[in-house]
Design a protein around this ligand. Structure first.
Ligand code: CP
Ligand code: NVA
Length: 310
């Protein structure tokens, strides 16, 4: 077993062995749950959930993950606790640390999650920030492991915005020796600081990172096409501009025809049919987004167990 994680603030800065271990653990936990049902591994433990942005999957799967392992959750209403406004991040983190075993936070800025972790004496989990969505990438890794038996050499074409989800997926690819290609319009590439880290990881694991403006080129040899909304939460003021710029990057039947016949399609969800993906593709047998959504539950259990039990 790798050294226990203290927090999960992003994926890119974690040790690769630990990321691979979390993905494997997630797959094992799903198999265990299917065979034996709920456990008591987190009996008596509590996670506080602080979500500044809307959520269905992440919030439900963290709650259910705690319930299915014998623990419980406390939901913090962001307007009521008003971290950083009603009181300092320092005082909120220190107070919460006296009552709960873990803080799960979905925030607008990465800085707030990092700040909570700096002051908390209990683990903090990034449940999505403007920079990363590590739990999503772990669930995707679990799905690919379950489909292929190994992540090494898997070819991922991300068609869309170089956003938080793309950042965590590129980090996963670097850690696990996958080949990641981002196809996006000019101006929506991923942050250079992240790419430097991803490329350093790829040099060790045999993975690769490529960026192109041509979606057809990106999917030509892909095992999986990944997409996400064009307008992320908090970017609503860019909606008109982004919708126009991203239109040629829609995942539709024509794009799928350029990919290998075995290539599947996934999405972190929520999806906007008719924008980044067509209903036709979502209704096809090649659409595996709900397998990934199911895995959120088990990938997060793996994270909670590592962080809370060590
Ligand atoms: N994919 C994902 O994180 O979904 P939610 O925003 O519904 O949590
Ligand atoms: N990129 C999206 C992901 C939603 C799960 C957002 O940040 O809104």
């Amino acid at each position: 077993m790798s050294k226990p994680l203290r927090h999960l603030l992003n994926l890119v800065d974690q040790p690769s062995a630990l990321v691979e271990e979390l993905v494997r653990d997630a797959a094992r936990l799903r198999a265990d749950f299917r065979a034996a049902g709920p456990s008591e591994t987190l009996h008596g433990r509590t996670a506080a959930l602080f979500f500044e942005k809307p959520s269905l999957r992440t919030r439900v799967t963290f709650e259910v993950a705690m319930i299915q392992t014998g623990g419980s959750t406390v939901i913090l209403d962001p307007a009521s606790v008003s971290i950083g406004k009603r009181e300092s991040v320092h005082d909120a983190a220190k107070s919460l640390s006296r009552w709960v075993d873990c803080i799960v936070a979905r925030t607008f800025t990465q800085a707030l999650v990092d700040d909570l972790a700096r002051h908390a004496s209990v683990p903090v989990i990034n449940a999505l920030t403007d920079e990363e969505h590590p739990c999503q990438a772990l669930a995707f890794g679990q799905m690919m492991l379950e489909r292929r038996g190994s992540l090494r050499g898997a070819r991922v074409a991300f068609v869309g915005d170089g956003n938080n989800v793309a950042n965590s997926l590129a980090a996963l690819a670097g850690h696990c020796g996958m080949h990641f290609t981002l196809a996006c319009p000019k101006g929506y590439e991923q942050p250079p600081a992240l790419l430097k880290k991803v490329e350093a990881l790829c040099a060790i694991t045999g993975g690769s990172y490529k960026q192109t403006y041509d979606p057809i080129e990106a999917v030509r040899d892909a095992d999986v096409i990944y997409t996400d909304v064009w307008v992320s939460m908090g970017e609503e003021d860019q909606a008109a501009e982004k919708t126009k710029n991203f239109h040629p990057y829609q995942v539709n039947a024509a794009l799928l025809a350029a990919a290998p016949e075995t290539c599947v399609v996934t999405h972190c969800l929520p999806a906007h049919p008719g924008e980044e993906i067509t209903q036709e593709v979502m209704d096809s047998a090649r659409y595996v987004a709900f397998d990934e959504a199911e895995n959120r539950l088990h990938a997060q259990k793996a994270v909670l167990l590592h962080l809370i039990r060590g």
